[in-house]
Design a protein around this ligand. Structure first.
Ligand code: C5J
Length: 222
């Protein structure tokens, strides 16, 4: 076991049982014309974390540790899209509509793809998820069990929606969870700060948070 400097106290890193989960680093959340922009958000906030997410992914790959990617997306026939999700709010484009990067948040469309700089390499698992949490209606739980994974390091977007939802799902399932602060982002800086505070409050009630350099150092040494 290696000690990783984290908040609210050191994370007991287990090299034999840790995986990185990169949540929804998709064009639809990071580029003009996608889902995030259609909701009126400043997507440049997401683009800015790409170099740090890349460093994290490359650190895990160099250490020979598993990297799992998720994508929020729906079937082309929308059979996994609850009307309550499609109808919510007043976006310029709804899920399933035709946009400049293809149909919004539909599996296989160009806009739904993971950003090319962060694209999965051969052998990495990609989870397509219809919900905000990555455990709901996906094989993620079974895959982690098969691989003997007990600790999850998280990156991706958005901090308070899909990242935090997945961390809470994982925490309830018994995983030790850690969020890398520079490798996650929200369209709302105050929501990112609040999510980080909520996660590590009350003695890591949802999990730990740590700086990118501390994570890279610990996984290289482990
Ligand atoms: C959202 C996500 N925010 N990946 N999705 O709708 O956080």
């Amino acid at each position: 076991m290696a000690e990783l400097k984290a908040e609210p106290f050191a994370f007991p890193l287990r090299r034999d049982a840790v995986a990185l989960v990169v949540i929804d680093m998709q064009r639809d959340f990071a580029e003009e014309g996608g889902f995030g922009a259609s909701l009126g958000n400043d997507v440049s906030r997401v683009t800015r974390i790409v170099p740090d997410v890349k460093r994290l992914i490359e650190g895990f790959r160099a250490a020979g540790l598993p990297v799992i990617h998720t994508m929020e997306c729906h079937r082309p026939d929308l059979s996994d899209l609850p009307p309550a999700k499609r109808d919510r709010g007043a976006p310029a484009l709804r899920i399933g509509d035709d946009g400049p990067m293809g149909r919004i948040l539909i599996a296989g469309e160009p806009g739904t793809a993971i950003l090319p700089e962060l694209a999965p390499v051969d052998g990495e698992i990609v989870i397509e998820k219809p919900g905000k949490g990555a455990f709901y209606a996906t094989p993620l739980g079974d895959i982690l069990k098969d691989k003997g994974i007990a600790q999850l390091v998280f990156a991706g977007v958005t901090t308070e929606v899909c990242v935090q939802t997945t961390m809470r799902e994982a925490n309830d399932r018994g995983y030790e969870c850690l969020l890398v602060e520079e490798a996650t982002e929200s369209y709302f800086p105050e929501f990112k700060a609040a999510a980080i505070a909520m996660i590590r409050a009350q003695g890591a009630i949802v999990g730990w948070t740590a700086r990118l350099d501390a994570v890279l150092e610990a996984i290289a040494d482990a």
